[in-house]
Design a protein. Structure first.
Length: 441
């Protein structure tokens, strides 16, 4: 339970819920992602990744710290150095089913071997896993992971930093790379589904014959809240160095069966950031909806993007980003935000009947002064509310946005709190908002 008297309060722009900074003002710090809670199962602790420096790109062998803060006392109760981290998701620090189960990644930099760690923060008993951590199952028994060495080559900030000589980048339908699972009790790692199995289930032979000349990357992996289904963002490049990938949203059962293509690259379009809904059957995601009153909406949208790169902030609704909800099998893509725009990293609060999402500074819902909203949108789009407005511009963004600050608003397990990243004073910090009294009617 958050002791509000122990943490400095954020009051700018009159937040609709009490907001408190829980990280050290002098240390650049983030929480993991918007699909897992950094707040422990009991609600007493929060786990974060603290960086030594964020004013330059990380170098090989740099380290950061996984920390745990007691939300009642305001004191730090655990700290561990780690070499397995990156700028956007840190060391993947997250909880198992109880406070005694903290998971994160570390790395043997002599051999550039990343591995997962399971630790009891009270006894300090630590177990080394034979695979890395990307997302832990709701019951804490199994972890999912792609190859963390590879995913930095599809998008910076999400894996681990290793020499390129340690990364096996080969075209084709790999039978040794794919979705890995780790038994958190034994530490054993096994390949649940390889890329050949996944692609063979969703592509025709003709499609495979063309795509096997390119490079497949397993990227985001997400458990549904029940631990029965898994979501995979599979990305494909026709060549290493190509700027834009084709993205496929794929779902399957926890045992690897029932592989479904939920979103094709064509439907993905300009969309981003899928996430499971609380029912474990449906998915929420930013998707593009065309307004066919415009002639060739895609051409209009392209011209808009060119204009914005030139500094002219032009938007039409020829292709508008909306929040969409659809089943794990795909199809029936319902616009659930109505007239309101999609943005950022969406979640769905079933208790409140609304979606919650943040924004990139470049999105149309952002403010012109460098601040962004964390918004609540009523299911069906009857109302929108800016719950929190806060600055997210870092002192150093990186040549490709590696050090950008995404708020990544994440719910605690009981929907009491949201945790997010921001930088109202220029240093990336972590904030927690108490949503107990918030209601979007």
């Amino acid at each position: 339970m958050l002791n509000q008297s122990r943490f400095p309060r954020y009051n700018k722009f009159s937040p609709k819920a009490p907001v408190f900074q829980v990280s050290n003002s002098q240390k650049p710090t983030i929480h993991r992602f918007f699909d897992s809670s950094p707040v422990s199962p009991s609600g007493k602790y929060i786990t974060l990744t603290e960086f030594n420096d964020d004013t330059s790109l990380p170098s090989l062998g740099d380290f950061s710290f996984v920390i745990v803060i007691d939300l009642e006392s305001g004191k730090e109760v655990y700290r561990k150095k780690t070499y397995a981290w990156d700028t956007q998701l840190g060391a993947q620090a997250q909880w198992g089913a109880k406070d005694e189960e903290l998971f994160f990644n570390d790395m043997d930099i002599k051999y550039w071997r990343p591995y997962g760690v399971k630790v009891n923060i009270f006894t300090r008993v630590e177990y080394t896993l034979k695979g890395t951590i990307y997302m832990v199952s709701p019951d804490g028994k199994i972890s999912l992971t792609p190859c963390l060495k590879k995913i930095g080559y599809i998008q910076k900030g999400y894996g681990v930093n290793v020499p390129i000589s340690e990364v096996e980048l080969k075209p084709g339908l790999s039978e040794s790379d794919g979705v890995f699972i780790i038994d958190n009790s034994t530490g054993n790692k096994q390949l649940l589904l390889n890329i050949k199995q996944i692609t063979s289930a969703i592509f025709t032979e003709k499609e495979l014959s063309k795509m096997e000349k390119g490079y497949f990357f397993c990227f985001h992996l997400k458990w549904n809240p029940q631990g029965t289904k898994i979501m995979l963002v599979l990305r494909w490049l026709n060549n290493i160095g190509t700027k834009k990938s084709k993205n496929f949203l794929i779902t399957f059962n926890s045992d690897g069966s029932n592989i479904k293509l939920a979103v094709s690259p064509k439907r993905w379009g300009l969309g981003h950031h899928p996430n499971w809904c609380p029912d474990g059957e449906n998915i929420i995601m930013n998707l593009t909806f065309n307004d066919y009153r415009f002639i060739v909406p895609s051409v209009i949208n392209f011209c808009e993007r060119v204009a914005r790169k030139l500094g002219v902030m032009v938007y039409t609704n020829a292709q508008a980003l909306r929040l969409s909800m659809f089943s794990f099998e795909g199809g029936a893509f319902n616009n659930i935000s109505g007239k309101y725009y999609g943005s950022g990293h969406p979640t769905f609060n079933e208790k409140g009947g609304y979606s919650l999402t943040d924004s990139y500074p470049s999105e149309r819902v952002a403010f012109s002064d460098g601040t962004v909203p964390i918004r609540a949108i009523k299911l069906g789009g009857s109302r929108e509310d800016t719950v929190i407005r806060i600055a997210t511009k870092p002192s150093y963004n990186g040549p490709k946005g590696e050090w950008r600050i995404d708020p990544h608003p994440a719910w605690s397990n009981n929907y009491r709190y949201i945790v997010f990243n921001a930088a109202p004073d220029g240093i990336r910090q972590v904030f927690i908002a108490d949503m107990k009294g918030y209601d979007l009617k």
